[in-house]
Write a protein that binds this ligand. Sequence first.
Ligand SMILES: Cc1cc2nc3c(=O)[nH]c(=O)nc-3n(C[C@H](O)[C@H](O)[C@H](O)COP(=O)(O)O)c2cc1C
Length: 161
Amino acid sequence: MLLSIVYYSKTYNTKEMAEIIAKGMRSVEGVEVELFDVEHTDPEKIAQSKAVVFGTPTYYANTCWQIKKWFDESKQYDLAGKLGAVFATAQYAQGGPDIAIQNIIEHMLVKGMLVYSSGSALGQPYIHLGAVALKENFEESKAQFEIFGKRIAQKAVELFA
Ligand SMILES: Cc1cc2nc3c(=O)[nH]c(=O)nc-3n(C[C@H](O)[C@H](O)[C@H](O)COP(=O)(O)O)c2cc1C
């Protein structure tokens, strides 16, 4: 089963976390993962993917414009019925990463995706809207991101295998 991660990353924090999520996903049997810089997405691979995860740096307490642009121009991408999840990186907890995530969730809903946070009901780590990595605990967040990826892949297998 193919899963995709689409991200924008200028200084590589978001890219690094995308790679950690991919590692968590690949720990689930039968799962393959493709990573895409948002400026180089492959329509065929996205179409084949059962889940698409989006990652954004937080820019001015919001989603970066590159991801917003992708959704605004995404008519060719039919994401309906696919599992969707979001992650963000930010400098500060109060810098708005949850707002950045929420904006992408709204785009996912418009596209008809099945939005998944990876679930606070599953216990630690509690991930309410999506995974967040801050500057102050970037390295420590990697364990959370790996579990985030694993949970998304497990849910995709549960729903679609
Ligand atoms: C133009 C710009 C605006 C930013 N605005 C915020 C912000 O509002 N809140 C915040 O916490 N971090 C902000 N940051 C910091 C980035 O979100 C953070 O460094 C992020 O991890 C960068 O991701 P990247 O390395 O993948 O490019 C901003 C960075 C840039 C370049």
